[in-house]
Design a protein around this ligand. Structure first.
Ligand code: NAD
Ligand code: UDP
Length: 331
């Protein structure tokens, strides 16, 4: 009998890639999403597969369905999206996580949590190992997400200790690739879209802040390895690509790779923007036998091609990215 897997947030960027990989591995996939930032277009091509089912549901409401394994990805993920309604973001990550954990407990299902490098806040240890407890501003504009995800980790470990729920917690560092939401404000999508339109790339601050970017295929491969790992491996485990670069370097690379005439402009640095971020992935290497394989330039080519095709298709429809995007997304 095929295993039934539930993916919350399955219509989003990473979730849609995960659903596809799971179907290819012969799982039955139930995708639960309220389409807050996700899009039906992301999963349209899966709808005709008999083992795929989509349910429009908000995880803030309790769930009841048969499942053997749960991947909990439901949450807006970019600063622009999670700050639209910070209370909703916090509820999704706390009440939502508890509802999904309750389902796991009732069905005796294994449950995976998509936590984040944001639990480390603006880190004063570099690179960040899992033992680092973080430097989060609990009352800042990023706190709805950072503290929401930290609370979710607490709930996961309390369910594990109290009810013996099998948990798998990973901390995801910046991930990119095709199907990123074009206007979610994340740096790679923003830069590529501006570069393809020959418009200025807006670097926040002086661009010396760093990030380490992981291609989505590498990330999804790690998710499945984590889920399939022995029961004693609960996490948290960092997942990301340790190749660190400054945001200014990234801007230059994207302009060059898209043959763009764009200039670089400097804008104000957002509040609580972490100065550096790079995962220590020793645990992922040792416990999951995983490390990223896709180099930044290879991943960027695929992502640039994706946005290039999207912009051309949208140009044919209305000539405006925003207008088309607004049809599917309320922001
Ligand atoms: P995304 O916004 O594309 O996907 C999130 C999905 O969750 C969307 O489809 C959205 O509609 C859905 N969702 C939001 N609130 C919901 C709710 N209340 N009920 C049901 N569905 C809901 O973002 P993503 O980049 O694919 O991120 C997926 C997960 O990975 C998130 O939990 C995010 O916090 C985590 N993560 C992502 C990154 C990254 O760089 N992309 C980094 C760290 C952590
Ligand atoms: N950033 C930027 N220009 C943009 C979007 C983002 O300079 O158009 C910067 C942002 O200030 C941050 C980094 O790029 O320092 C990564 O931002 P993103 O929102 O992608 O992810 P996060 O801050 O959550 O790591």
């Amino acid at each position: 009998m095929k295993k039934q897997v539930l993916v919350t947030g399955g219509a989003g960027f990473i979730g849609s890639h995960l659903c596809e990989s799971l179907l290819n591995r012969n799982y039955k996939v139930l995708c639960v999403d309220n389409l807050f930032t996700g899009r039906i277009e992301n999963i349209q091509y899966l709808m005709s597969r008999p083992d795929f089912k989509f349910v429009n549901h908000d995880v803030i409401q309790p769930l009841d369905m048969e499942t053997h394994e749960i991947y909990n990805l439901a949450s807006p993920a970019s600063p622009v999206h999670y700050q639209i309604d910070p209370v909703l973001t916090w509820k999704t990550n706390t009440i939502g996580s508890m509802n999904v954990l309750e389902l796991a407990r009732r069905k005796n299902a294994k449950i995976f949590q998509a936590s984040t490098s944001e639990v480390y806040g603006d880190p004063d240890i570099h690179p960040q190992p899992e033992e680092y407890r973080g430097n989060v501003n609990p009352i800042g504009v990023r706190a709805c997400y950072d503290e929401g995800k930290r609370s979710a980790e607490t709930l996961f470990f309390d369910y594990h200790r109290m009810y013996n729920t099998q948990i798998k917690v990973v901390r995801i560092f910046n991930t990119y690739g095709p199907r990123m939401v074009p206007e979610d404000g994340r740096v790679i999508s923003n830069f590529i879209i501006e570069a393809l339109r020959n418009r200025p790339l807006k670097v926040y601050g002086d661009g010396s802040q760093t990030r380490s970017f992981c291609f989505v295929d590498d990330m999804v491969r790690a998710f499945i390895k984590m889920m399939e790992s022995p029961a004693h491996i609960t996490g948290p485990i960092n997942l990301g690509n340790p190749h660190e670069m400054s945001i200014y370097q990234l801007a230059e690379m994207i302009i060059d790779m898209s043959n763009s005439r764009s200039a670089i402009e400097f804008k104000k640095l957002p509040e609580d923007d972490p100065k550096k971020r790079k995962p220590d992935i020793k645990k992922a290497r040792e416990l999951l036998n995983w490390e990223p394989e896709v180099e930044i330039k290879t991943g960027l080519i695929k992502t640039i091609n994706y946005f290039d095709e999207m912009l051309k298709a949208m140009g044919k429809v209305t000539g405006s990215l925003s207008k088309v995007f607004l049809v599917n997304n309320p922001f």
